[in-house]
Design a protein around this ligand. Structure first.
Ligand SMILES: [Zn+2]
Ligand SMILES: [Zn+2]
Length: 390
C-alpha cells in the first residue's frame, strides 16, 4: 500500500508537470480566476467527482464520496500576481502583467493529481475528500467567503490540509512545523492632518511630516517596550505620502503599514497601543488624525495531532528523511488559517528549490520558478495523508 502511493505519485509526475504548466500559462489575478476554475472543474468532473463552481466568486469544490461520515478538506489557492513574467518558457504566462509567482499553479497541480490518485484509492479511504480551490489568497482572501457558504457543514469536514511551495527547501523534502506557523497579516491606514505653510516658518504650521517621524519611533517602542519579548510581532510602516516641494510643509501625511502577530491578546492590544501613541503625539501638536486598522487573516496555527499524523503518513511513504522540522514560524500570512481555525488542520511547505539548477528565487519575485520534481512529492504527501486520516 505505502509503496504503491510512492509508485503512483512517480507515475503521475509527468501529468502533474503538464497540469502545472497549463495553469501557469493561464495565470489570472485574484477573484478573476475564471479560465482556471473552468479548467479545474472539467478535470474534476472527468474524475467522476461531484463538482460545484462559482462559490464565493470563482471558487470550485470537488467532492470524492467514499461513503464515509467525515470529510478531509484539501485546499489549493488559484490566484496569480500582478507581475510581468520575464521567462521565455513556452508555457510562460499568456497574459502580460500577470504571473504565477507564488506557486499557486503548483498547489493546484498537486491537488488535482491527488484527486486523481485518491479517486483510484477510494476503497482505502476512511474519510471522504473535499477538494477546495479557492480564489483570492493574495488579496482579500477566498477562504472565509467559501466557508461562509456552508461548505464545511455541507460535507461534514473534520480535517483540512494545505501546502505552499518553498524554494528555501530542496525538492524532495517537506518542511513541517507544529503550532504557530504564520502570522495574522493585519494592516493600517493613518492620516495625520496638520496645517501646512512655509518651510521657513515651521512654528506657524502644524508639521505632519515631523509628527509622522515621532509616530514611527513610537510604533517601534510598542514592539520593544510594551509587548512581551516572547511574543512575536512586527509593526512596519511601509508607505508614507506627503509633501510636494523643498519649502512647503504639507497639510496631511498618509502612512500605511502592516502588523504581524500570533496571539489574539497581542493582536488586539497592538492597535490600541498604536492609536494611543498617535493620539498623544497629535494632541501635543494640535493635529488631528484618522486611524483605520484592518484585521485581516487570523494567524495560522497547525494542530499538533494532525501534524504528527501527517508526518507519520508522509515518512511511511517517502522515508524518514523526507520531512524536516521548521523551528521558527514565519511572519507571512495565508488565509488557509480560516480552515485551520474551523477544524484540526495541517499546512506544510513543499520543498521546491534546487540550488544546483539555480532554482532559488523567493516567492513574489518575477524570476520565481520551481523545480517541478517537487510536484510528485506533494502528491505523495497529500495522498498518503488522506489515506491515513480516520
Ligand atoms: Zn503569495
Ligand atoms: Zn502563495
Amino acid at each position: 500500500m505505502e509503496l504503491s502511493i510512492k509508485q503512483l505519485s512517480e507515475e503521475i509526475s509527468a501529468e502533474a508537470i503538464m497540469l502545472r504548466r497549463r495553469l501557469h500559462q493561464m495565470a489570472e489575478l485574484s477573484f478573476c480566476e475564471e479560465k482556471t476554475a473552468a479548467f479545474i472543474k472539467k478535470y474534476l468532473e472527468n474524475l467522476g467527482l461531484s463538482v460545484k463552481s462559482g462559490i464565493a466568486g470563482t471558487g470550485v469544490t470537488g467532492f470524492l464520496n467514499a461513503g464515509k461520515k467525515n470529510t478531509l478538506l484539501i485546499r489549493a489557492d488559484m490566484d496569480a500576481l500582478p507581475l510581468d513574467e520575464p521567462h521565455d518558457f513556452d508555457y510562460k504566462s499568456a497574459t502580460p502583467g500577470v504571473m504565477h509567482a507564488c506557486g499557486h499553479d503548483a498547489h493546484m497541480a498537486v491537488a488535482l493529481c491527488s484527486a486523481k490518485l485518491l479517486a483510484q484509492l477510494k476503497e482505502e479511504l476512511s474519510v471522504n475528500v473535499l477538494f477546495v480551490f479557492q480564489p483570492g489568497e493574495e488579496t482579500e482572501g477566498g477562504a472565509e467567503p467559501m466557508i461562509k457558504t456552508g461548505i464545511l457543514e455541507e460535507y461534514h469536514v473534520t480535517n483540512a490540509v494545505g501546502l505552499h511551495v518553498m524554494n528555501d527547501v530542496e525538492t524532495g523534502k517537506i518542511l513541517l512545523k507544529k503550532g504557530a506557523l504564520m502570522a495574522s497579516p493585519d494592516d493600517f491606514d493613518l492620516y495625520i492632518h496638520g496645517r501646512g505653510g512655509h518651510g521657513a516658518y515651521p512654528h506657524e504650521c502644524i508639521d505632519p511630516i515631523a509628527l509622522s517621524a515621532r509616530i514611527i519611533a513610537a510604533f517601534d517602542m510598542i514592539g520593544a517596550r510594551f509587548i512581551s519579548p516572547f511574543a512575536q510581532k512586527v509593526i512596519s510602516v511601509c508607505a508614507i505620502n506627503g509633501g510636494t516641494f523643498y519649502n512647503i510643509i504639507p497639510d496631511t501625511v498618509h502612512m500605511r503599514g502592516t502588523v504581524r502577530s500570533y496571539e489574539e491578546t497581542v493582536r488586539k492590544k497592538i492597535p490600541e497601543l498604536m492609536e494611543k501613541a498617535v493620539d498623544g503625539i497629535c494632541n501635543i501638536a494640535g493635529a488631528s488624525y484618522d486611524f483605520q486598522y484592518n484585521f485581516r487573516y487570523p494567524p495560522l496555527i497547525n494542530n499538533d495531532a494532525a501534524a504528527d499524523r501527517f508526518e507519520q503518513a508522509v515518512t511511511g511513504v517517502l522515508g524518514k528523511d523526507s520531512v524536516v522540522h521548521g523551528s521558527e514560524p514565519s511572519m507571512a500570512g495565508d488565509d488557509f488559517s480560516y480552515f485551520a481555525q474551523a477544524v484540526p488542520s495541517v499546512y506544510f511547505y513543499l520543498g521546491s528549490g534546487n540550488k544546483k539548477r539555480g532554482i532559488t528565487m523567493p516567492l513574489h519575485s518575477s524570476n520565481f520558478d520551481i523545480d517541478e520534481d517537487c510536484l510528485k512529492t506533494g502528491v505523495a504527501a497529500m495522498t498518503a495523508y488522506a489515506v491515513s486520516v480516520g
